[in-house]
Structure formats: C-alpha cells, structure tokens
Design a protein around this ligand. Structure first.
Ligand SMILES: [Zn+2]
Ligand SMILES: [Zn+2]
Length: 341
C-alpha cells in the first residue's frame, strides 16, 4: 500500500498520518448518534471481539473446574502460567515476526523511521530493547498477570464475589461486557497518571518509557509495580456484580490489548490492498512526548484536562506552551522558597 496517500514522511524517515488522532464519540455533549453508529463497529471489531473470544476459550478449555480453584495448588496455577506465557509468545511474537523480523511492510506506516534493533542503548538490559522488553514481559509481566487471574478465579470459586449467571442477568452482563473497554480506559488513565508523578515515574514508570520507539514487546515491558497496577483492572469484577468470563475478558483486554497500542505502525497490512488500523498513534505520541495522552481516547479525559495531543502542529504548540508555563511555575516556586537575604 502507498502510505503517502494517508500521511507524510519527514527527512528522518518518520511517518505521520495526515488525519489527526481523534477521541471516541462516546462521552461528548451534545450526543452525536450518527458518529457513534459509524464508530461502533470499530469499537467491537477486530480487537475487542478477539479478546472476548479468547476469554471464552480460556473459560472453556483452560480454566479448571470451580472445585479445583477453591484451593491454591501449584498444578492449576502453573498450568495457567504456562498457557498465558505461550499465548503471549504467540500473539506478541506474531506482530514482532511480521513487522520487525521479516519486515514484510518495510517502514510503510511506521511512525518512527528506525527499528529498535538498529539502536542499541545503555538504558536496556544487554543494550538491546528487544531482549530487555522480552525478559521483563516473561520475568514479571506474565507471572503478575497470572497471579491476578488466579486470585480473581479463586475468589469466584469460593463465593467471595457476586457471580451472576447469564440466563437470569443477561441484560446487565451484556451491558457490562460492552463497558469492559471503558473500565479499562478509566483504570488505565488513573494508574498511568499516578505513575507519572515524579517519584513513581523515576522508580517505576521510567522502565516502560525507556522504549521511546515502542515495538510489540514494549507493551508489557514494565516495572513489576506497574504490572501489578495495570492488571488490577481485573479486580473491578470482584466488586461489581459480574461473571468470571467478563473478568477474564477484562484481563485479556489489558494483557493482549496492549500490543496494538505499541505496534509502532499506523496500519498493519494484510494484503496489498487491505490493512487493519492499529489505533496506536495516540499512545505512540505518549511515548514520544511523555506528558501527553495518558489515556487512549476512549474516554476523552486528556481533552478535558488539556493534555490531549493529536499529532498536529497546533497540538504541538499547545504542548510547548504548557511546558513553558510549568517551567515558569516551578521557577517562581523556587524563588519564593529561597530565604530572604
Ligand atoms: Zn507513561
Ligand atoms: Zn506504552
């Protein structure tokens, strides 16, 4: 596909879409029913549907019977860990293999002109972004993902959570299923904004931001504290009247859903004519500029707080003005704190 029909490439080889990034027409006033209807299929297909189906598959084929989950035992816990690890390897690996190893679409639609393999850096273990990202994903990412899953399933099995049946509560459960990405967005925004506070950023979140040029394996390249906060989104289903399948969907949306946002390409080409949108631009800009786009735009919190960046020149100017104002505020505070001479 000709990516220059959809965007421009600068001297350094960085590609940017012509169309600025947008937020979903979900929480807008006045409501925009037409836009909402046109947007709805993108909300469901392909990613959210895929993660919901994966939750169903886990429930039917991987998750053990309720009686087994009533007590913690290495057998079922390790089995879940192994399946999660294999699934992450296959799902993340598929994007990596296609786009970064075989480079089937070269740098078409690629935001950053360079590939991480060409940029060794001391910030990474073994100076390799890929190796560092892969190790962090498997050493703490998948184990903490599994631990969260085990705790929630164990709680359901022991009756510590309100487990609703589909037959009697289908309407509420259908609404809740549709709201899973909204819960994810709300939770992600809150914890993400929290770990951007100076102390937590320095000690926790900077690990994830080492990947300024993110690739699929960057998705779960986090400090263990961030992993724990990130996957805690599944705990909402211990508080809300819900169902373990929806809880699993919430977890899979976080775990598998992190990849599209870090894929580094605006579109993933399927054939010469067709491509799937990655919806990665908003989060790519977060990795590039740090203090913009704490959320992914499903709930426009960044717009409300003035931290939204859509990739345009105007947004760039607004961001720079915000940085200048912040610098001046900090300088004024320093002067005020100085003892009088
Ligand atoms: Zn961040
Ligand atoms: Zn990220």
């Amino acid at each position: 596909m000709d990516d220059l029909k959809f965007g421009t490439r600068d001297k350094r080889g960085n590609w940017a879409p012509t169309k600025p990034a947008g937020t979903a027409p979900l929480f807008v006033w006045p409501p925009q029913p037409r836009k909402l209807l046109a947007w709805l299929p993108h909300y469901i297909f392909p990613y959210n549907m895929l993660f919901f189906l994966s939750a169903l598959a886990w429930w039917h084929w991987i998750v053990p019977p309720t009686e087994v989950m009533q007590t913690f035992a290495w057998g079922w816990v390790l089995r879940l860990l192994a399946v999660n690890a294999v699934a992450v390897f296959l799902w993340y690996g598929a994007f990596e293999l296609q786009l970064y190893v075989r480079r089937t679409q070269d740098n078409r639609f690629k935001y950053n002109g360079k590939f991480p393999a060409e940029q060794p850096s001391d910030v990474f273990w073994f100076r390799s972004q890929n190796l560092d990202n892969i190790l962090r994903s498997f050493l703490s990412g998948v184990p903490i993902w599994t631990a969260t899953q085990v705790i929630v399933l164990w709680a359901y099995a022991n009756g510590y959570a309100a487990w609703l049946g589909w037959a009697d509560n289908w309407l509420w459960l259908a609404v809740l299923t549709l709201l899973v990405p909204v819960i994810h967005e709300f939770h992600f925004f809150c914890i993400h904004r929290l770990i951007h506070t100076p102390w937590l950023y320095k000690h926790v979140h900077s690990v994830h931001h080492n990947s300024v040029n993110p690739s699929p394996w960057s998705s779960l390249s986090m400090h263990p504290v961030e992993h724990a906060l990130y996957f805690a989104t599944m705990f909402y289903h211990l508080v809300l009247p819900s169902n373990p399948i929806i809880a699993l969907y919430q977890l899979h949306l976080a775990g598998f859903g992190a990849v599209p946002g870090h894929v580094g390409f605006d579109k993933v080409e399927i054939t010469d004519e067709t491509a799937i949108e990655s919806h990665a631009y908003i989060h790519y800009l977060h990795h590039k500029y740090f203090e913009v786009n704490y959320g992914d735009g499903l709930i426009p919190i960044d717009r409300w707080l003035g931290t939204f960046h859509d990739g345009s020149k105007d947004a760039d100017e607004r961001m720079k003005a915000r940085y200048r104002a912040k610098k001046e505020r900090l300088a004024a505070r320093k002067t005020a704190a100085r003892p009088a001479e």
